[in-house]
Write a protein that binds this ligand. Structure first.
Ligand SMILES: Nc1ncnc2c1ncn2[C@@H]1O[C@H](COP(=O)(O)OP(=O)(O)OP(=O)(O)O)[C@@H](O)[C@H]1O
Ligand SMILES: [Mg+2]
Length: 253
């Protein structure tokens, strides 16, 4: 198998007395969807936030394309090609869809000397989003709609669209389908499949075993901060997954 795009080596993170993540290692390859599962409080979001540069590990290394990274901010992780959709969507309600997608990465109008001005190139940003809408078949209202006017599910789709449109190497999705209706869930699952075909590595966190079984190639299970299983999805049933999360013994073991 090719070298991993993203490798986590023995990452640990505590919050005071709580060991949220304990020496977790994980490798994600291009074109691979990893289902990351575990019960509430197992450490999935904490792991996600370390990968995304939102919090720093106490111990362990994050390696992207063979290079050790020390993310200080979410921008650093993005620059390394890692896009994350957090469980709590980081959208700004007062801005429209295009502005949210370009948040922190606004395109600027080129000046006469070829250097960027401080004026946002709204037309260029809209064109880019429009292309993305076409490419991924995004089913969203007019892109000038303020996020405040969207439903919870639509907001989720905007947050995912942002990751999908920018994500070059790794896309991490923390519970992306939790608040979605049937059609939007289908859209998100098909996004994930499309990312795989674009050779992106996807880490997909979900409590819905049906969704995990449909899109994941591999499944990693966290229990009380530790990785307790890492193997091919094909060998496991929904019952096995639940047993791995809760610690019950399963037939496959
Ligand atoms: N900022 C924080 N301060 C203190 N404790 C935290 C913080 N973030 C997470 N924790 C604790 O770390 C542990 C792991 O939490 P985390 O959010 O990573 O779990 P999770 O697997 O994402 O759970 P869920 O499925 O409910 O989203 C929990 O015990 C939680 O209370
Ligand atoms: Mg979580």
């Amino acid at each position: 198998m090719s070298a991993p795009i993203l490798e986590l080596r023995a990452l640990s993170k505590s919050f005071g007395p709580v060991h949220a993540v304990k020496t977790v290692s994980l490798a994600a390859h291009a074109g691979e969807v990893i289902g990351l599962i575990g019960d509430n409080g197992a450490g999935k979001s904490t792991l996600t936030r370390m990968i995304a540069g939102a919090i720093r590990p106490d111990q362990g290394d994050i390696i992207v394309n063979g290079q050790k990274e020390h993310f200080e901010t979410a921008q650093d992780a993005r620059r390394a090609g890692i896009e994350t959709v957090f469980q709590t969507l980081a959208l700004v309600p007062g801005l429209d869809i295009v502005e949210n997608i370009f948040l922190g990465r606004e395109l600027l109008v080129p000046g006469a000397t070829g250097r960027a001005t401080r004026t946002m190139d709204v037309a260029a940003m809209r064109r880019r989003v429009e292309e993305g809408y076409q490419r991924f078949g995004l089913n969203l209202p007019d892109m000038r709609t303020k996020v405040a006017a969207l439903s919870g599910g639509q907001r989720q789709v905007v947050a995912i669209a942002r990751a999908v449109l920018w994500g070059s190497g790794v896309v991490v999705l923390d519970e992306p389908t939790a608040a979605l209706g049937v059609k939007q869930t289908e859209l998100v699952l098909s996004f994930i499949e499309r990312l795989r075909s674009h050779k992106v590595a996807v880490i997909f966190i979900s409590h819905n075993m049906q969704h995990v079984m449909r899109v994941a190639d591999r499944v990693c299970v966290l229990r009380l901060g530790r990785k307790v299983h890492d193997g091919p999805m094909s060998k496991l049933s929904g019952t096995d997954l639940v047993a791995l999360m809760t610690g019950a013994t399963i037939a496959a073991q």
